[in-house]
Design a protein around this ligand. Structure first.
Ligand code: NIG
Ligand code: FE
Length: 424
C-alpha cells in the first residue's frame, strides 16, 4: 500500500485533469472563489515538498524521477479537518433516537447525558483502548483524502483523564500517516462530581500548573472552551483562555452554537486563532472576528445532524472573514467522519461554491491550525500533501455527493493511500 520513493528521489504526478492551485491561507471570504484551475497539469515533488507545478508539457524531469499518473483526475491539496473531538469511545445512538423523537441536545445534556455520558466511557477506557478505538477512524479519514486533523480532549474532564486523552492523540499521531494537531478542551462540560460548581471545576481543569504542563510537554498547541448556554459563560471562558495564553496555548472557542451570549466577540477580543460553530453569530461577532484576523470554522454537519439552523456562511464570506469548514466529528452532535460529505452539505445547504468549499477545507483550515505557512496550498516549498480524485474537475466532484472519489493520497511526497483498483 505504502509506495515510498527512495530518499532524495523526486516524484512527478502527471496526467492531472485539473490541478486546483489553492493559494496559501488565510484566504479572506471574498477571495475564496478565486482558485486557479490548471488543466492537463503536473506537480513535481522533491524532498517531500512541492518543487514545481504547471502544464504537464512543461514539466522538468530530474534523473530518476518516479512517475505517478493521476489518470486524468483532479488533484487538490490534502484535505484538513480543523475541528474534531477524536479520540472518543462509547455509544450515544440512544440519544440520537431521543432527539429524533423530539428531545433537544440541550435537554439531553441537562438530564446527565451528552458530553457527560462520553466522559464516563472515556474515563473507563485505558490509553491503549482509546488508541485502538480511534485508529480505524483515522484510517477511514485518510481514505476520504484527509491529511491533517485537529483532535480535542474534553471527554476526560479531570487532569488525569484529560492528559490520557492528549497522550492518546500523540500516540495516534505516531501510528498512522495523518498529522494530528492537538487541542486542550478541559472546559468542555461539568463532570458529574462538580455539578453546580463550575468555578471550582475550572480551578482544577484550568489551573496554571496543568496548562503549563500541557504546553511544556507539547501535548496541545491550542486551548478551546465550550462557551455557550448550558456550558461555560463568557467570563469563565475569558479566565481559562487568558491563563492558557500565558502558558503558551493559543485560544480557540466553541462559539454561538446554541445561543448568542457573546462568545464570538470574546474570540475577537482574545485574538483567538479561530471561532468555531457560529450558528447564532451576530454582527458584533463578525466584526470582532474580522478585526482579529480569526478564522471562522463552520460545522454544517452538526446542524444537519442536530436539525438546528445552519450558520450563515455566505454572510461571513461576504464580510470577507476567512471561512473554514470542518466535521466536528464527535459521538453526540455529529457522528459524521467524512469531510467530503460535510463539504457537500456546505455546498448544497450553505450555498458555498466548490472552490470556496475547497479553500475552506485546505488553506483556511490550515490557518485555523496555524500551519498555513507550510501546508494547505499548492505552492512551491509547501508540504507535498495532495489528494488525487477520480473525477476530472472540482465541479464534477461536488455534483456527485456520497461517492468515494479519492484515488490516492500523497503525504509529504509519499503515496500513503491508494484505492485498491487504482493502478499506478
Ligand atoms: O462541538 N458543542 C460542544 N461540543 C461538541 C459536542 C460534544 C458532544 O456532544 O459530545 C460539539 O458539538
Ligand atoms: Fe466541537
Amino acid at each position: 500500500m505504502d509506495t515510498r520513493t527512495a530518499e532524495g528521489a523526486s516524484l512527478l504526478v502527471t496526467r492531472i485533469g485539473t490541478l486546483a492551485v489553492v493559494p496559501p491561507g488565510p484566504v479572506p471570504g471574498q477571495h475564496m472563489r478565486d482558485v486557479p484551475l490548471v488543466p492537463d497539469a503536473a506537480v513535481l515533488i522533491r524532498d517531500g515538498r512541492i518543487a514545481w507545478f504547471g502544464p504537464a508539457r512543461e514539466a522538468p524531469l530530474d534523473e530518476g524521477t518516479v512517475m505517478l499518473s493521476a489518470h486524468g483526475g483532479c488533484v487538490i491539496p490534502g484535505l484538513i479537518d480543523a475541528h474534531t473531538h477524536i479520540p472518543f469511545v462509547g455509544d450515544r445512538s440512544g440519544e440520537f433516537v431521543r432527539r429524533l423523537a423530539g428531545e433537544s441536545y440541550l435537554s439531553i445534556m441537562e438530564s446527565g447525558g451528552g458530553i457527560r455520558s462520553t466522559c464516563r466511557a472515556v474515563r473507563s477506557a485505558s490509553l491503549d483502548e482509546l488508541v485502538a478505538a480511534n485508529l480505524p477512524r483515522l484510517h477511514r479519514m485518510l481514505e476520504y483524502g484527509v491529511t491533517r486533523v485537529e483532535c480535542k480532549s474534553g471527554y476526560g474532564l479531570s487532569p488525569e483523564h484529560e492528559l490520557k486523552q492528549l497522550e492518546a492523540i500523540r500516540e495516534l499521531d505516531r501510528q498512522q500517516p495523518i498529522d494530528l494537531e492537538p487541542t486542550f478542551l478541559g472546559a468542555h462540560a461539568l463532570p458529574d462530581e462538580f455539578d453546580g460548581r463550575p468555578d471550582e471545576f475550572l480551578e482544577t481543569i484550568a489551573s496554571p500548573a496543568l496548562l503549563h504542563e500541557v504546553s511544556r510537554r507539547g501535548l496541545a498547541f491550542f486551548c478551546d472552551v465550550f462557551c455557550d448556554r448550558g456550558a461555560f459563560t463568557v467570563e469563565q471562558a475569558r479566565r481559562v483562555l487568558e491563563r492558557a495564553s500565558a502558558a503558551g496555548l493559543r485560544p480557540k472557542l466553541h462559539a454561538d452554537e446554541l445561543a448568542q451570549i457573546g462568545a464570538s466577540s470574546l474570540a475577537g477580543e482574545l485574538r483567538a486563532v479561530s471561532a468555531d460553530h457560529l450558528e447564532c453569530i451576530d454582527d458584533a461577532g463578525i466584526a470582532a472576528l474580522k478585526a482579529a484576523g480569526a478564522v471562522a470554522v463552520v460545522l454544517p454537519g452538526t446542524s444537519f445532524y442536530l436539525g438546528i439552523p445552519h450558520c450563515d456562511a455566505r454572510r461571513l464570506i461576504d464580510a470577507d472573514v476567512p471561512v473554514a469548514v470542518a466535521t466536528d466529528y464527535n459521538p453526540g452532535s455529529c457522528m459524521i467522519e467524512s469531510l467530503p460529505w460535510v463539504m457537500n452539505i456546505a455546498c448544497c445547504q450553505l450555498r458555498m461554491l466548490p472552490t470556496e468549499v475547497l479553500v475552506a477545507c485546505t488553506a483556511n483550515a490550515a490557518a485555523a491550525l496555524d500551519v498555513h505557512r507550510r501546508t494547505g496550498a499548492v505552492e512551491i516549498g509547501y508540504d507535498a500533501d495532495l489528494t488525487v480524485l477520480d473525477v476530472p474537475s472540482l465541479d464534477a466532484w461536488f455534483y456527485t455527493p456520497g461517492r468515494p472519489r479519492v484515488r490516492a493520497v500523497i503525504k509529504a511526497g509519499h503515496v500513503v493511500y491508494r484505492r485498491p483498483e487504482y493502478a499506478l
